[in-house]
Ligand binder design. Structure first.
Ligand code: NAD
Length: 258
């Protein structure tokens, strides 16, 4: 609990994509613990419902909306339900994303895989901001956090699309932050290192060997926890972070400073 920093969160509403799992779910829960009303947006209806139940069990308020972040009509409909249910939009965490499936050197990389990753991990963030910003402006400002990655800071061998998408999220965050800084929307990004989520389970193949290889890249000697990203996102949306504009906050156990 961040003790409701300067009253930043009283009566506020957050739209969280990728809320059915991992970092998105933990961030939805963290917002709700601060008294923020949460809209859990994800392609997974079942996962969304589970997140809403978890929030309700801890005494918070939330709704689930099915939303594919690559489809403008889905995003518009989900934001429409947000306004219908809660009357306003203050914060957005544009976090939905996928991991690379078939790593390959750039010249051998499949065009279809490139398109799929750029579509969800980069174009999806742009589309969400495009439709969120007018609503946030309507009530005088707010905050947006976009999920990049350590792969937005350094290159990942065999993952040109994921690396390009996550670098792109940082560039997009900077441009949008400049566009709206004077209108009181604080736009920043987070760059998680290896975080122990269902995505990481798929990435490591769920084996001890896979996990050990990932942990060996982390100077801190462990993976991060989704709660450690959630805390940063909630702080970035608070009044305490009001002077942070267009920044990419790296939370990675030291992985990218080696
Ligand atoms: P996760 O797989 O646990 O959760 C991702 C969620 O995004 C899922 O619920 C999934 O259904 C949803 N999603 C996928 N495609 C979607 C779409 N088109 N529209 C709406 N929702 C969609 O993954 P996670 O580890 O929580 O990752 C969250 C974000 O963090 C991603 O953007 C990921 O790239 C990034 N990230 C993760 C790590 C890590 O180590 N886990 C590290 C750096 C960055």
């Amino acid at each position: 609990m961040l003790s409701n920093l300067n009253g930043s969160f009283t009566g506020k509403v957050a739209f969280v994509t990728g809320a059915a799992s991992g970092i998105g779910r933990e961030t939805a829960l963290a917002f709700a613990r601060e008294g923020v009303k949460v809209v859990a947006a994800d392609i997974s209806e079942q996962g969304n419902q589970e997140t809403v139940h978890l929030i309700e069990n801890q005494g918070g308020q939330a709704i689930a909306v099915k939303c594919d972040v690559t489809r403008s009509e889905d995003i518009r409909a989900a934001l429409g339900k947000t306004i219908e249910a809660f009357g306003r939009l203050d914060f957005a965490f544009n976090n939905a994303g996928i991991e690379p499936r078939n790593p390959a050197p750039t010249a051998e990389y499949e065009e279809e895989e490139w398109n799929r990753i750029i579509d969800i991990n980069l174009r999806g963030v742009f589309l969400c901001m495009k439709h969120e910003i007018p609503l946030i402006l309507e009530q005088g400002g707010g905050a947006i956090v976009n999920t990049s990655s350590g792969a937005g800071i350094i290159g990942i061998k065999g993952s040109p699309a994921y690396t390009a998408a996550k670098h792109g999220v940082i560039g997009l965050t900077k441009a949008a932050a400049l566009d709206y800084a004077a209108q009181n929307i604080h736009i920043n990004a987070v760059c998680p290192g290896y975080i122990d989520t269902p995505m990481m389970g798929r990435f490591t193949g769920g084996t001890d060997e896979g996990r050990s290889q990932v942990i060996a890249e982390e100077p801190i000697g462990r993976m991060g926890k989704p709660e450690e990203i959630a805390a940063a996102v909630v702080w970035l949306c608070s009044d305490a972070a009001a002077f942070m504009v267009g920044h990419a906050m790296v939370i990675d156990g030291g992985q990218t400073v080696q």
